[in-house]
Design a protein around this ligand. Structure first.
Ligand code: ZN
Length: 361
């Protein structure tokens, strides 16, 4: 059937839509609207539908709500969903299909030994904590996050001389590079063409601006996992196994922020996706790729997914949002930056800055 390949791919991309979804017809899911807070008249479980393939009436795959005021939220979700759905991605492989009627977590394929998300456990842990919000983190941020330009963020987060790949097109090989202490360069698409000095873009259009979470050497390498194609962003290019990114497809935003305040991990930075999801850049300082993999296998992927962390994001070559840039007009907002963070939980630290009530940019 013509739409079949789309539906299979759409199911694995479902994580783009926050919330829980019930399959009410083949390829049609129903649930609460992710933009519910914008509704003028509350929300119900029947408000919203996701079409995983073309609807009978020619409706495009995407999310549709009964209400009007949430349109901007849904438009942004549909943009990224359709962008990923129809992208010509050489890494794309169909995942095992999710046949259960109720989709309770991101159906992205994962290894069987990785535990499932358990919201009761997450609630159990975060219940004991005071409610934390953006201002709470900003008041504890070692560096004032307000208005920090993306280049300065990278200067703080990385070491002198480090090169960090920046992407305005996340399917590219990195279209910019930031060298700490020197600044930004625009990279050519082909090998052998020199980089030219350039600011890193801050307007990310519809898709935002990304950076790769570990520093690279800036050279092309043959990637043996991709038929020997040259890559600037593969494991071969990584020079230090310093960071891991924590993000969630499944945990409610407020609980996730509470968890980030509680985790005994060296969280360097917390910033938004330009929507309501929060990414945490976490220092792990592994000595090698093998040590990094071991850490993932024995610790990170065995524990953190229970609390909502996406195991798929736990890779040393993860692309993550570059704070200070915009996505669809929304700021990829930095709320916490502490380059010398230790594993002392953030909730055990005191406010160091007064965040006035007036600040809501
Ligand atoms: Zn809605």
């Amino acid at each position: 059937m013509a739409g079949e390949w789309i539906e299979g791919k759409a199911k694995t991309l479902l994580g783009i839509f926050p919330g829980q979804w019930n399959e009410v017809a083949p390829g049609v899911l129903q649930g609460h609207c992710p933009g519910e807070e914008y509704h003028s008249a509350g929300g119900a479980e029947t408000d919203c539908r996701i079409y995983l393939t073309y609807g009978a009436d020619g409706k495009q795959p995407g999310i549709y709500c009964f209400h009007q005021k949430c349109a901007s939220v849904l438009d942004a979700l549909n943009q990224s969903f359709r962008g990923a759905l129809f992208a010509k991605d050489p890494d794309w492989k169909p995942a095992r299909s999710v046949n259960e009627g109720v989709v309770t977590r991101s159906p992205r394929a994962k290894e069987a030994w990785i535990p499932d998300y358990n919201e009761a456990k997450l609630r159990g842990i975060t219940n004991a904590l005071q409610k934390v919000d953006e201002a709470w983190f900003m008041s504890r941020s070692r560096i004032d996050p307000r208005g920090l330009p993306p280049g300065e963020f990278l200067e703080h987060a990385f070491l002198p001389g480090d090169r960090v790949l920046v992407f305005s097109d996340f399917k590219s090989q990195g279209d910019y590079i930031w060298q700490v202490g020197k600044g930004g360069y625009r990279l050519a698409e082909e090998r052998g063409v020199p980089a030219v000095r350039s600011a890193v873009p801050t307007d990310g259009g519809e898709n935002g601006i990304w950076y790769m979470c570990n520093p690279v050497d800036g050279q092309w390498h043959i990637n043996p996992r991709r038929q020997g194609m040259y890559s600037r962003r593969s494991l071969e290019a990584v020079v230090r196994w310093q960071y891991m990114v924590l993000e969630t497809d499944v945990a409610p935003s407020a609980l996730w922020l509470s968890l980030l305040a509680w985790l005994p991990l060296a969280i360097i930075a917390i910033y938004s996706s330009g929507g309501r999801s929060w990414h945490a850049l976490t220092r792990v300082d592994m000595a090698s790729k093998a040590a990094y993999d071991e850490m993932l296998r024995r610790v990170a992927k065995r524990t953190l997914p229970i609390l909502g962390a996406d195991p798929g994001a736990m890779t040393p070559v993860r692309l993550t949002r570059l704070p200070g840039c915009t996505r669809a007009g929304n700021l990829q907002k930095l709320i916490y930056l502490n380059p010398r963070a230790t594993s002392k939980p953030i909730f055990q630290t005191f406010p160091i800055r007064d965040i006035g009530k007036g600040w809501n940019a």
